[in-house]
Design a protein around this ligand. Structure first.
Ligand SMILES: C[S@@+](CC[C@H](N)C(=O)[O-])C[C@H]1O[C@@H](n2cnc3c(N)ncnc32)[C@H](O)[C@@H]1O
Length: 398
């Protein structure tokens, strides 16, 4: 954990100017220098046409004013929140689960890639403000000194005292219904460890990978996170059926189907790295007090762990074997197809269809079907391939 003597933090200025509240975080170096000022802004800063519901604004704790400009300059800002094709009809319900507290359930069926619902978060804040990184994935950074979050514009990092004041300030700006919604969210932490505000933020924060302070290479460390009224009720599974994206122009999350979902199914997203073995996933899930009992965790084998850890490489090799044997007779084609179909099933069983190479696997399977003149099967695979191409684009675009 990182910390900074709170006496170093200048007192709150609590200036209210229009829709913004500013708190002096560290002393500005010059009187007109806004570096070190953290703003609590209401986003969108105007009423968006067709959106009258008060909940449809977010309070955003912004640590760099330049980042706020990125949102204001996003093409189309301020866009209305996207609507699923059923418009205003409810497509989910929140209800109690036997072992996970509340959960979100589909009340109609969805196809992979469908928008289930979109919402503007109640609160957006710099993730580093609450998430005091003690471990950073190797791919995020190999720079020394990157293990702590530093406010890019100031000399020192946030501490939890700052975070609490800022979250309280943001919540105090919300209208009573929105504030009630925030306070009613789950808190999996003990009051001995964190205050209620920090506990709620830690339990429910969803990383917004495309909204961050500073340069792209620090995106992972300097990203923001959103706390949502509905999306925060989605429980964890290592075999998720939902993913989410964030759109800057509408300042909203979109929650989408990761595979076909039947009406009545509970919606799950993954809180941990999907390409990690069970031991590592358990470690990551301890932050939410979760001992996951999903089918992948319950039935872990060395092979299933190996598939998660090496999934892209395994698909790559399988495709290589098939495409290298280009002069195949019909029997060889059939056995190649079966080999790939089995891999596809194993990936599906582990919930690994978000692998970047999954659509390539489907592409080869479709090509084999065409050669074998199994036109209907080829069409069916092509449909799935298109869906996962789109899902990959969505996830890659973030
Ligand atoms: C973001 S909240 C999800 C919504 C929450 N269930 C509620 O009642 O609002 C995260 C908390 O839900 C519970 N949870 C989520 N996924 C779970 C799982 N797979 N197994 C057990 N508990 C889970 C844990 O208590 C976790 O700290």
């Amino acid at each position: 954990m990182i910390g900074r003597d709170s006496s170093q933090t200048a007192a709150s200025m609590a200036n209210i100017s229009g829709r913004e509240v500013t708190k002096s975080y560290t002393k500005p170096t010059t009187p007109d220098d806004d570096e070190g000022l953290v703003t609590v802004a209401t986003i969108p800063n105007v009423v968006v046409e067709g959106e009258s519901h008060p909940q449809q604004h977010s309070e955003w704790i912004v640590s760099e004013q330049v980042t706020k400009q990125k949102v204001f300059k996003a093409p189309g800002y301020p866009k209305p929140i996207p609507k699923p094709f059923d418009g205003d009809l409810p497509v989910y319900e929140i209800k109690a689960t036997p072992d996970m507290g509340l959960g979100l359930f589909a009340t109609r069926s969805f196809s992979a890639g469908d928008l289930i619902f979109a919402e503007r978060p109640l609160l957006v804040l710099p993730l580093g403000m609450i998430n005091l990184y003690d471990e950073v994935p190797a791919e995020a950074s190999n720079r020394s000194g990157d293990l702590t979050y530093s406010h890019p514009a100031t000399a020192g990092p946030f501490n939890l005292g700052d975070a609490e004041v800022l979250i309280e300030l943001a919540v105090s700006k919300m209208n009573p219904d929105v504030s009630r919604a925030f306070h009613s969210l789950d808190n999996c932490h003990s009051p001995n460890d964190y205050s209620q505000m920090i506990g709620i933020a830690l339990t429910n924060a969803l990383r917004i990978t495309n909204l961050y302070d500073g340069p792209t290479y620090r995106a992972y460390l300097n990203s923001y996170a959103g706390i949502s009224e509905i999306g925060s009720r989605i429980n964890h599974s290592c075999k998720p059926n939902v993913y989410f994206t964030f759109d800057l122009a509408s300042f909203s999350f979109s929650f989408k189907a990761l595979r076909d979902i039947a009406s009545g199914e509970q919606l799950f997203r993954s809180y941990c790295s999907i390409h990690a073995g069970r031991a590592q996933r358990r470690k990551e899930l301890a932050d939410w007090n979760i001992i996951c009992r999903c089918a992948s965790c319950a039935n872990t084998t060395t092979d299933s762990d190996g598939l998660r850890l090496g999934c892209d490489k395994i698909i790559f090799n399988a495709i290589g074997i098939v495409t290298n044997s280009c002069r195949m007779n019909r029997a060889a084609m059939r056995s190649s197809f079966e080999y790939l179909a089995q891999l596809r099933q194993e990936l599906y069983d582990e919930g690994l269809y978000t692998s970047k190479l999954y659509p390539s696997l489907l592409r080869i399977m479709r090509a084999l079907c065409m050669k074998m003149e199994s036109v209907d099967k080829a069409k069916e695979i092509e449909e799935e391939m298109k869906k996962y191409d789109k899902i990959n684009d969505d996830l890659g675009a973030e």
